[in-house]
Design a protein. Structure first.
Length: 404
């Protein structure tokens, strides 16, 4: 188990962690807005090629998330984040220089790995620097969700006013900010055996032993529980980013109305994340995690039962609050359950499981929608997910120690 939560972390360090979380998730959201626009305008690809280009951004993170976490355990999150901040800065300024499909696919893979690893670093710092403190986890979660709210209009305005070069320079500016935030962080502690050794190329080459060590973490009940819960929670994001928007468009909502529903979810999520510290003193973190993950499943499943826009708005807000509360709980429980040499691998393990779940779920939901209709698919998938959550709850009840 990790040591007790640190109580006197300097404000400079706290803000560096929160800003790292904001900037890293902001870059992911910037990419989600900017790159599809640039690809369509510049390359004029087929629909299939658009899918390949956009999907390429998730390829390396799925394969190398555990390796990225292992590097942070070995070298400290600070050093890894500084390297990938530089990579992100350079990669995103190269897009306008290489307007060829094959080159863009390569940039997408590298850029996706850089931004994802930076976000993993911010999560790893909750264990390495914040010692799994749930209040700090909540603040990091809130910072990340604020990034989801603020960045789309910023990058959209940069595209409209400054053009492609200005928009990609904006992304690189965010990466430079991430480098500065990482630079402010304290040096890795002596717990990290390689912290004082100069970086070398072989540190960045994946090792099978890292993957075996990460999988071995699943023998810790609390970590296995968080990974399973995280997959269920993250699949609601996959639904929200795919069939939810399709359904809302299908019932006649305008783009402005859909955007408002997305924004209200993000706003309430950011606020809810800040309340986790207080709530966890009243409700045990694991119990609170079950309640909030159940909330994400229920509130993403019931839109077809809602009759008015205002009802949809209430449901969207409740989904956001549930998602915002559950995020820092997972950060904290996992950080407290892994030892100091496994913080990064734990984050990588959870992210890998999330990516796999998010890849598979839309395919399953699409097949269900093909047979039963898109509205009924929400209810069917939601019921299946709740049954899965019930199975996880029965598993948890049999455990004497789940780490929180």
């Amino acid at each position: 188990m990790a040591e007790p939560a640190a109580k006197n972390i300097p404000l400079r360090v706290q803000w560096a962690v929160y800003v790292s979380g904001y900037l890293s998730t902001s870059m992911q959201n910037m990419a989600g807005v900017l790159i599809p626009l640039w690809v369509v305008v510049t390359l004029d690809p087929s629909a299939l090629m658009i899918g390949i280009i956009l999907g390429a951004r998730n390829f390396l993170p799925t394969l190398l998330a555990i390796h990225g976490g292992a590097m942070m355990d070995l070298l400290g999150a600070k050093r890894v984040m500084m390297v990938f901040a530089i990579v992100s800065l350079l990669v995103h300024i190269m897009y306008p220089l290489v307007p060829w499909v094959w080159a863009v696919i390569i940039l997408q893979m590298i850029g996706g790995l850089a931004t994802t690893t930076s976000w993993m670093g911010a999560q790893t710092l909750i264990g390495q620097v914040m010692k799994g403190d749930v209040t700090h986890s909540g603040r990091l979660g809130s910072a990340a969700l604020i990034g989801n709210l603020t960045v789309p209009p910023i990058i959209g305005a940069a595209w409209d006013i400054l053009g492609a070069w200005g928009a990609f320079l904006t992304m690189s500016l965010w990466a430079a900010g991430l480098f500065v935030a990482a630079l402010i962080l304290p040096a890795p502690s002596k717990e990290h055996l390689r912290a004082s050794v100069r970086l070398c190329v072989r540190d960045f080459i994946p090792r099978p032993s890292s993957y075996l060590e990460a999988l071995a973490l699943l023998s810790i009940p609390a970590i296995a529980l968080v990974v399973l819960m995280s997959v269920l929670r993250n699949t609601t994001y996959a639904v929200r980013g795919s069939f939810y928007v399709v359904y809302l468009d299908g019932i006649g909502l305008s783009g402005t109305e859909i955007g408002f529903l997305m924004s209200i979810a993000g706003l309430l999520g950011a606020g809810a994340a800040l309340m986790v510290g207080c709530l966890s003193r009243v409700i045990k973190p694991v119990a609170l995690l079950f309640v909030t993950v159940a909330g994400t499943i229920v509130f993403i499943s019931v839109p077809p039962l809602m009759a008015t826009f205002w009802q949809l708005m209430i449901i969207a807000g409740l989904w956001g609050a549930s998602a915002g509360t559950s995020m820092p709980l997972m950060f904290s429980i996992m950080a407290k359950s892994a030892n100091s040499q496994s913080q990064g691998k734990g984050v990588g393990l959870r992210l890998t499981a999330n990516r796999l779940g998010a890849t598979i779920l839309p395919v399953i939901m699409g097949a269900v929608a093909e047979v039963f209709g898109i509205g009924n698919s929400f209810l069917i998938i939601g019921t299946a997910m709740l049954l899965s959550l019930g199975g996880i709850a029965l598993y948890a009840r049999r455990l004497s120690d789940i780490g929180a």
